[in-house]
Write a protein that binds this ligand. Structure first.
Ligand SMILES: [Mg+2]
Length: 205
């Protein structure tokens, strides 16, 4: 079977844990003892007065102005490099609006994300070997699922269960949940992996 892999971007290929933590501490939104994970930081900020609004603003700030401080998820590069070497098609499909509603500066989040990919060797033959044409940004989760269908993905890797739970998620596409915080191995018809190293083993060993 010819493999066509679709991969989510935010919090699957790119980790915001460190930059979120340092920015949130700097802005006085969280205590420095809060664990360095997006989920913990989000929960803390959401519990503040006007928490939901603060979280949206903060997230827009990090995805826009702090993107250059975000890190490539450990092990993701090796996985994509080998996939490309084996002739597996790889697409990035992200639910990312062009602008964040909570950002008044009008930063183009898609351009920022593409710039970050460029800096991290996504489009170098010596790097991950992708092309900007392999990257799709969609307005809504539904449109993301449509894109997964249209590209004929055989597998999709995402950190968000909700993507797989969409009613229109195409049957027969293997659901791979990237969940560094979880310790279970399956969840319904999803395969759950806690690291890119584990995903690598699953595909290539
Ligand atoms: Mg994501």
């Amino acid at each position: 079977m010819r493999l066509i892999l679709g991969i989510d971007f935010d919090n699957t290929l790119v980790s915001y844990d460190d930059v979120m933590h340092s920015s949130a501490v700097r802005l006085g939104l969280i205590d420095k003892d809060v664990p360095r994970s997006k989920q913990n930081i989000r929960d803390e900020i959401r519990h503040l007065p006007d928490g939901e609004m603060k979280w949206c603003k903060f997230q827009a700030f990090v995805y826009g102005e702090c993107m250059n401080e975000a890190r490539l998820m450990e092990g993701a590069k090796d996985f994509i490099e080998l996939s490309k070497k084996r002739g597996i098609q790889v697409f990035i499909v992200s639910h990312k609006t062009k602008f964040a509603a909570a950002d008044k500066k009008g930063i183009d989040l898609r351009q920022v994300a593409l710039g970050w990919m460029n800096t991290h060797g996504f489009f170098d033959d010596e790097g991950l070997g992708l092309s900007p044409q392999d990257v799709y940004f969609e307005m809504t989760r539904k449109e993301k699922v449509e894109r997964i269908k249209e590209l004929g993905c055989t597998h999709f890797i995402d950190d968000l269960k909700e993507v797989f739970l969409e009613k229109t998620f195409p049957e027969g596409v293997e659901k791979i949940l990237f969940a560094p915080q979880e310790d279970c191995h399956t969840s319904g018809d999803m395969k759950v992996f806690t690291s890119w190293g584990r995903i690598y083993e699953y595909f290539f060993r």
